[in-house]
Design a protein. Structure first.
Length: 261
């Protein structure tokens, strides 16, 4: 059986330590007089199958054994008074709160679905913000202006940009020739973006570009109209964003109405 996730463990703790369980609920197994409900096993099975496990007799037996072992440990913890400790109570309450919040938000999302019209409106907004040009660039970042000027002089003499990039203090790009990949100017701080957009293809900055990070020497390798993914390609992300914004507004409304002392 695959390792149980933290989510499943948190849900199980809330179930096992709950003060009341439905009396009419189907019981999976009784351990020293304490019933483990079938619904708890179903929760674990669903968690495992969501991770790729096959729902079969082997999985169900493994879940049953795991729940028995956990129930035995819970019983021993209760005998030792662990469940009465303030820090343990606080952790249990926090887990219970997390479960309630997650379940409430899932229920809220189901009851307040985002329409295709909303998604298309959001897509048009994003598309308008994405219109423009993408640039493929390299850079060398150094601490002082003199060092940047020295690099520029070496470039003018024909030294390769990729070799000089090894001097960069940007650890994320120094080992791949200073390559930044395709990006829009919005991805960079203004001095860098202004210098980049002012370059012609194949040219580098002949004056060091100062930013809060240090001094840059920038090479523009190419540019192209920005590629905008289709609505269908972006739809899952749009759905997540729209739901997140909807939930955020709901929480803000609750916060505004809350009475605090």
């Amino acid at each position: 059986m695959k390792k149980l996730t933290q989510c499943a463990a948190a849900l199980l703790i809330g179930t096992l330590l709950s003060a009341s369980a439905g009396a009419a609920e189907k019981t999976l197994v009784t351990v020293n007089g304490s019933a483990i409900p079938q619904s708890t096993a179903d929760l674990f099975i669903a968690e495992q199958t969501a991770q790729g496990a096959t729902d079969n007799a082997e999985l169900r037996n493994a879940v049953r054994e795991e729940l028995i072992r956990r129930e035995l440990l819970v019983q021993e913890a209760q005998k030792a008074g662990i469940d009465k400790k303030s820090d343990v109570i606080a952790q249990i309450n926090a887990m219970r709160q997390s479960v309630l919040i997650r379940s409430f938000l899932q229920d809220y999302a189901k009851k307040h679905p985002v329409s295709d019209a909303q998604l298309k409106s959001l897509y048009e907004t994003i598309k308008s913000q994405m219109s423009g040009t993408e640039y493929k660039a390299r850079h060398v970042l150094v601490k002082d202006e003199a060092e940047a000027k020295a690099i520029i002089e070496k470039l003018k003499k024909g030294e390769k940009f990729a070799d000089l990039a090894k001097q960069s203090i940007d650890t994320g790009t120094k080992d791949n020739g200073g390559e930044l990949g395709w990006a829009t100017p919005a991805n960079f701080v203004k001095p860098f973006a202004d210098a980049l957009t002012g370059l012609s293809k194949g040219k580098f900055t002949e004056t060091p570009v100062k930013t809060d990070f240090g001094y840059h020497v920038i090479l523009l390798e190419d540019s192209r109209p920005q590629t905008i993914p289709s609505f269908d390609e972006l739809k899952p992300r749009l759905q997540q964003q729209a739901q997140a914004e909807q939930i955020s507004k709901m929480v803000e409304d609750l916060r505004a109405k809350a009475k605090l002392k």
